[in-house]
Structure formats: C-alpha cells, structure tokens
Design a protein around this ligand. Structure first.
Ligand SMILES: *Cc1c(COP(=O)(O)O)cnc(C)c1O
Length: 363
C-alpha cells in the first residue's frame, strides 16, 4: 500500500496474553488499521497503536446505528506464511452492507491489502496452536456528530485483530437450539442481508432468554409467516434430509450471505451431493425427524466453521439429531475447510490467500 503511514507501538502487550486461555475477542493485538472519510473521499490510511477513541456524545452511530462489520481469520499455514480464507468475499460483502446503510464503499483490493499490511505488522499475535487463529474485525461507521436523522458525512474504517482459541477447545459439542416463534431478527426488505450491528441488537433479547432456558442459541423463523427457518443469530443453518443438503435461499430476503455457507454449498456440489437452496419449513424438519430422514443439522460461520445442532426444540417438541453427535457430513465439511485454512490440504478453488509475512511494509 503506497501511501500507508505506520506508527509503531512503543511497547508490546503480547506478554499480557495467556495463549492457553484465549477465549474469543477479549485480547487485541498492538496495532489497528485506520482510514477516515471526509469531503467525499477516503483519506490517508495508517496503522497505529491500538488505542481508545474519543466519542462525541452526539456521535450519529451511537444514536442511529450506522455501522457495519466483517469477521474473518488469519491462520498460520503448514506451508509457511499466513493464510486468509476468501478475503475478497468479505470485501464484497462489506460493500454490499455499506450500500444498504449509506456508508461509502472501499476499493476491494484496498480492503484486502489493508488486512495484509496489518497482519505483517502484528503477525506475532497469530496463535501457533492448530485450531487457533487471529480473528480479524473490519468495521465502518459514521463519525459525524449531530442529532438530525440522516446519513453521516464522515466515516471511519477500522481493522482490529484478536488472537482467538478454537471454538472447539474441548472437542465438538453439538448444541441445543430453541426455535423462537415470538421474536424476529430480520425481515425481507430490512437489514438481514447486511452485516450490521442492528441485526445483533435485534437478536440479543431472544438469545438471552434462550440461554436462561439452557439453550446455546436461537433458530429464528422467517419473520412474516413464521413457517420457514431463517438463521441462527450469527450462523447460517443447513439440514441434511434424505442425503439432500438443504439451506434457506438468499432471496428469502433476510439471510446473511455467509462465506462459510457459500463454501459448504460449493464443496457439496463438487462432491456430487444433492444440494438445494430453498425455503425449509419448520414443519418439514419436524416431519423429517419423525420419518427418520433428518440425518444432520448444523450452523455455518467463520467463528466455529461448522456447529452441529444436537437438539432442536420447537413449541413443546424436542428432537435429538444424530444422537447429539457431529455427523459424518458436517465433519467432512469441517475437516476440509479447516484443512485448507491451515495449509494442510490442497486448495483447488483458489480460496486461500497466503500472506508472505517477510515482505517489507509501507513507508
Ligand atoms: C457473519 C454472519 C454469518 C456467517 O457468515 P460467515 O461469512 O460464514 O462467517 C451468518 N449470519 C449472520 C447474521 C452473520 O452476521
């Protein structure tokens, strides 16, 4: 990146991090990438020490939620270097989200380059343990200070990174999921297809109630008819019924186009599986279980990659899926995707972007 300004942290805080107890998103690396937007243009990009930012009480994002984000990971590759997984998909998706909430877009090459530069500066934070990774959180938000309801004229694009443990430190544990008929996360025409904070705010209450009842998460239903499955708050959902892999279609209007979702569908088609992106009735799921044709159910997302559903509770009926164990198909997706991410398996799809961390960085 040509005009990148790098201001290095005076001290590192890597020694404060217990790599045997990482958790998720609680430790942050030494630097962040920042670029501000004003006068109709993105300004000088910089990498600077991770630090708090001043917030004006009238900051428009605090009031009206004009903010979007991405979630991705960097992995230490067996082959040397650091791997990103399909980062241009994140770049495209950030721009789609940006358009929906009137945030200016970023050049996609710039977005991926920004990540490369930040990783080169902070690569020592990437955990060495298989399954662990450096979580990357890009975000874009309004920085104008006003109370009138309109889009901001100033923005900040930031990238922070956080070393994270494997979602499955204690082995894959299929989760209990509650089908929530009362609350909705997103609705056709709303923000469901954008990766924006508002969707998470909308899902917190139902998630909290479900946790109190002993569930890991909520499966939301399509908001208008409440007949079709939508998403698990931060993951897409898939079912294996009678050897057919089924997931709700993106044109349902409220589904976030997950990159893991896309990768799983691509692999499944490549492996010759029967794949359907179509509306999935919640009654159809319960019926399939009754008939014995519901083989597997799992969520897909960057954090866990594959998260098997062991129990699904709808109204007063609880069904156990695949004996509360991860199924062979879910396991194969998990092994294949993580194998590519860690450079253990070949990548015939061009999904893996390797960063050479020795390469020199900007001025
Ligand atoms: C980020 C996200 C996902 C998963 O997307 P991936 O690209 O696979 O990580 C699914 N649903 C929602 C609502 C999300 O925000």
């Amino acid at each position: 990146m040509e005009n990148l300004k790098i201001i290095r942290a005076q001290e590192t805080r890597i020694n404060d991090i217990d790599y045997d107890n990482l958790g998720f998103g609680v430790h942050f690396s030494d630097h962040m990438f920042v670029v501000d937007y004003a006068d109709d243009a993105w300004g000088q990009p910089r990498i600077e020490p991770y630090a708090t930012m001043d917030i004006d009480p009238a900051n428009c994002t605090l009031h009206y939620g004009q903010t979007i984000f991405e979630g991705m990971k960097a992995f230490r590759s067996q082959k040397g270097g650091v791997n990103l997984f399909r980062p241009f998909m994140n770049a495209k998706r950030l721009n789609n989200s940006a358009e929906r909430v009137c945030i200016p877009k970023l050049d996609e090459e710039f977005f991926v380059d920004a990540i490369r530069e930040l990783i080169r500066v902070d690569h020592k934070f990437i955990p060495h343990k298989r399954g662990h990774s450096l979580y990357i959180r890009p975000l874009s938000f309004g920085t104008g200070n006003f109370l009138g309801v309109h889009a901001s004229d100033k923005y900040r694009f930031l990238i922070i990174t956080s070393p994270v443990a494997s979602y499955y430190a204690a082995g894959v544990n299929p989760v209990r999921i509650k089908v929530d008929e009362e609350h909705v996360r997103a609705v056709r025409g709303g923000l469901g297809q954008a990766k924006t904070a508002a969707n998470y705010a909308a899902s917190l209450y139902a998630g909290m109630q479900a946790k109190k009842e002993g569930f890991a998460q909520v499966l939301f239903l399509e908001a208008v008819t409440k007949k079709f499955v939508d998403e698990i708050g931060a993951m897409n959902i898939m079912f294996l019924i009678d050897d057919e892999l089924i997931t709700p279609p993106l044109d349902q209007g409220s589904i976030l186009p997950g990159i893991t979702r896309d990768s799983v569908l691509h692999l499944a088609r490549d492996w010759g599986m029967k794949v359907s992106e179509r509306a999935v009735g919640i009654d159809e799921i319960m019926e399939a279980h009754k008939k014995g044709t519901l083989q597997e159910a799992f969520g897909t997302g960057t954090a866990a990659v594959i998260s098997p559903v062991g129990e699904l509770v709808y109204r007063d009926k609880a069904i156990i899926i695949n004996d509360m164990k991860i199924g062979p198909v879910a396991q194969k997706f998990y092994d294949t995707i993580t194998g590519m991410q860690y450079g253990e398996l070949d990548d015939p799809y061009g999904w893996v972007e390797t960063i050479n961390i020795e390469e020199s960085v900007g001025a």
